[in-house]
Design a protein around this ligand. Structure first.
Ligand code: GLV
Ligand code: MN
Ligand code: MN
Length: 450
């Protein structure tokens, strides 16, 4: 199928590399052969050996948690599955003699060295979208722990503390707002607003945290935790085909598209599916359907992407006209003005269609994330340490994107051969994961010792 639409999408069309990915000599044992110092990493040089086994071992223990088989992963914040993931994290920390703490916002930190200013922080998140893949989030956390192991085995004595972090509720799958842990930490999500967020069953975030044994009373900007971060490097599976197109196992992030979520509510009138004349209906499904089509058209015209991926229909009966439809719009584009224009157009189309059917339409912005440019010293330094790997923009959101406005932040991407993500089919080859771990190790060593 040919996909229509103007403009280039960063995760589909691929970036222009900063520097071509170069080949180096093949190593049987990348650790002993001083891989980090000898030049660029390539897939061939990290294809075998103990690290691959170790990665697979650590990975398999984690990958059973929240696995729903063919339906993918369901790892929602503050559920028993999330608590099992948190227990896994604590055990990994304990096995390495790293002190583990949960901060005021539910983020978990494992420390090598005394927590304090200038810390080199790495990690990602362990929660998932519904029907998610295994790699989005967990790859960054597993890689972080294995990078700590490699540094220690190589006798590295960091001059600054190193921390592994698991950010709370990155996907926002349960309460609707993404990157809750990092937004609260940075102070871009108000604690009262966070506590009041509700899941599909009406449970508030505050109630869910309390039920999970956490204190929602302490949520909010965490100056102390922020002040400790000297640099944050998040490793993540790439969620497009950029690296595959460049034949490179590892890259760095250059930018994140601005994006947001809008709750669109269509207020109609419930009635009988058999006896209500078409002319008498106030069916919210009709303007909703118009909004979905308008969304696709606006996104194509503006070179953006936009998605209605979640819908609640009330009362959701086959033989009842719905009384209300709640649908969530996810919109992203290369610049904020385009996203805003697109959402304005979609809102206008939905309201016009609603007026034609006696349906009131309400559109509420639930979250907004401005464009992120991973520029400056940290990105250049990480790319230089890795011997010049490609730099890629992405349409996916990340905790590193939130934190980048407050602390130096960078991202490493690991090749995703098909680009599929937020799907059970999401995959990265183990050898590429190992290349990512080695790249992360090299970056951490440089930052913690240089
Ligand atoms: C998170 O993965 C997002 O991009 O929404
Ligand atoms: Mn994700
Ligand atoms: Mn993620």
């Amino acid at each position: 199928m040919t996909r229509p639409g103007p403009g280039k999408h960063p995760d589909r069309d691929g970036p222009v590399p900063l520097d071509p990915f170069q080949d180096g000599p093949v190593s049987d044992d990348p650790l002993k052969d001083g891989l980090f110092r000898e030049g660029p990493l390539t897939n061939d040089r990290v294809g075998g050996g103990a690290l691959l086994d170790r990665f697979e071992q650590t990975w398999s223990a984690l990958s059973r948690v929240g696995d729903e088989g063919a339906r993918g992963y369901r790892r929602f914040a503050w559920t028993p599955v999330d608590l099992a993931l948190r227990t896994w994290f604590r055990e990994q920390a304990e096995a390495r003699g790293m002190d583990c703490e949960q901060d005021r916002n539910g983020n978990l930190w494992a420390w090598w060295g005394t927590p304090g200013p200038g810390a080199v922080v790495t990690g990602s998140h362990l929660d998932s979208v519904p029907g998610g893949g295994a790699f989005d989030g967990p790859l960054g956390v597993v890689s972080a722990f294995l990078a700590v192991d490699l540094l220690r085995e190589r006798g590295v004595v960091p001059e600054r503390p190193i921390a592994v972090v698991n950010f709370a509720d990155e996907e926002g799958a349960r309460f609707g707002v993404a990157c809750v842990g990092s937004r609260l930490l940075a102070g871009v999500l108000a604690p009262d607003a966070a506590r009041a967020l509700r899941d599909a069953d009406g449970v508030t975030l505050a109630e869910a945290m309390r039920a999970a044994g956490a204190d929602p009373g302490a949520l909010g900007r965490d100056e102390e935790a922020l002040a400790r971060i000297g640099a944050f490097v998040e490793l993540h599976i790439e969620q497009g085909r950029g690296l595959a197109g460049l034949d490179a196992p590892v890259g760095v992030a250059s930018a994140i598209w601005p994006h947001g979520r809008w709750r669109c509510t269509f207020h109609g009138e419930g009635n009988h599916a058999g006896t209500t004349l078409l002319a008498d209906r106030r069916d919210p499904m009709l303007p909703f359907a118009s909004a979905v089509l308008a969304t696709r058209q606006a996104a194509e015209r503006l070179g953006a992407v936009a998605t209605f991926g979640k819908v609640l229909v009330d009362p959701n009966g086959t033989n009842a006209i719905a009384s209300r439809v709640d649908a969530w719009l996810d919109g992203r584009a290369p610049d904020s003005a385009t996203v805003r224009k697109m959402v304005e157009e979609i809102t206008g189309a939905a309201e016009a269609a609603g007026a034609g059917h006696g349906v009131r339409v309400e559109v509420v912005e639930e979250s907004w994330t401005p464009v992120v440019e991973f520029g400056g010293e940290l990105r250049d330094r990480v790319a230089a340490t890795l011997g010049g790997v490609p730099a890629l923009p992405t349409g996916a959101g990340h905790d590193a994107g939130i934190l980048s406005a407050y602390v130096p932040s960078a991202m490493l991407f690991v090749r995703n051969p098909t680009g599929t993500s937020h799907s059970p089919a999401e995959h990265a080859e183990p050898a590429d994961c190992v290349a990512g771990i080695l790249a992360l190790t090299a970056a951490l060593e440089d930052l913690a010792c240089g």
